[in-house]
Design a protein around this ligand. Sequence first.
Ligand code: ADP
Ligand code: ZN
Length: 525
Amino acid sequence: PAVAATAAHSSARTALKTVFGFDAFKPGQEAVVDAVLAGRDVLAVMPTGSGKSLCYQLPALMRDGPVVVVSPLIALMRDQVRQMRDYGVAAGSLNSANDADENRRVWGALRDGTLRLVYAAPERLVREDTVAMLRDCRPSLLAIDEAHCVSQWGHDFRPEYLALGQVRAALGGVQTIALTATADAATRADIVARLFEVEPEVFVQGFDRPNLFLAMQPKGSARNQVAAFVAQRTGANGIVYCSSRKKTEELAEYLRGQGHRALAYHAGLEKERRDEVQDTFQAEDGIVVVATVAFGMGIDKPDVRYVAHADLPKSVEAYYQEIGRAGRDGLPADTLTLYGLDDMRLRRVQIEESDASEAQKRVERQRFNALVALCEAPRCRRQTLLAYFGETTEPCGHCDLCLQGVETFDGTIEAQKAMSAILRTGERFGTEHLVQILTGADTEAIRRFGHDRLPTYGVGKERDANGWRSIFRQIYAAGLIQIDIVQHGRWTVTDRGRRVLRGEERIEIRRDVMTAGPKVKGKAP
Ligand code: ADP
Ligand code: ZN
């Protein structure tokens, strides 16, 4: 098999050059192609533009049976078919936009064994007659594009995707590759659970954007912080994201007052005005657009030199996508994200008040906690970011934390206090109740559980509740405690946590983030 694998590998390289005209694989492609050629099931998580399609197009040239590609968008399907034909590869598609003639031709070519790739919309593929006919053509591989559409927690859920697991079985358990650009752990786990019977080989690659400088700061005056950041980059193309329409207008006006060419953009503007802003940004230089997340979809300006967040984005993925609009040309670009307690509260309230299911809310809370952990990361920001996506890297030397380091203190005693509060209460409580115990708060719940009689009661009086919340987040990020998402966010202590508790290991805590942001008065917790 080793010899066969090597042979497959070298003929894949040859085909890469002779058929597609590419000199080398893009990052991540080679490992995925090798795994597919070795016959393994694969989940490939790679960003948009990283060349996912090649991971099944190339194997299609080297197999007997055709590759069946599931793709949700007819327009994309057509592009790919045209592209394959340009390369001289026989490809066709089955979709509702085809006329009867075209369908007959595709089935004919499939039966003759001349077609290498057949693209099908999921609603077409899940039909029994389609599956039965395809099975007779002995497909060699099922490729599921945009595989995150199977996840009900995503924004792109498509019910037909749920049936693809059965399609796979009906095609005789055909080898399968699922592909997506959506990388977080919850979505990955969901895709695996719904599409595969046996755990596939998972590849997560190519998310690093080394030319982007990453920085995050606690919010003081967001307006002044953003203005200073923009002033250092006067004349460069930039985007500043805000969480509300009103803020985009206020901040744009303020920046204009400082002499910048700043334009506001949000979904509340007339379509005409939105197009105007977008066209101006696209065509001219030296403009900063102050926008809500509505801005960005249709933008492909390569030389955006900076992206700032005046408010915290919604999730790590949103953060990644938004900063990713800078430096598409590969040249250095800067990012700055501000975060404050008000952002954090707002997001938590949004999650609790949404009409999502309890399971979905749990996932959303987890996603948001990951973003908070990124804000307060005690080491390289890029490492923390990529680790969230499932990639491991060395410290980057190109982020605020690598450059400046962070002011930390030995937080072993604090961690021990927090963890003994967790253990003394039987690992049954979440952050808020534990913070009340540590700060010695006198509440109804504390008295009802008799927690005012615990030895840990009030041992953390020297810090306020926000300080303790930060310590919980940080020891969570460091892997000392774990959240039980099934049971309402109760904390449990990990093995590493127990080592710290016994004094066998120490833990550094960041001081600068302990009291991040102004206090918000009169808002729900
Ligand atoms: P994705 O589906 O991941 O968004 P695509 O498969 O559409 O990305 O590929 C993005 C672009 O990269 C396409 O224009 C494709 O032709 C090109 N591409 C793919 N593989 C390579 C390669 N090995 N070398 C150079 N260009 C490539
Ligand atoms: Zn770094």
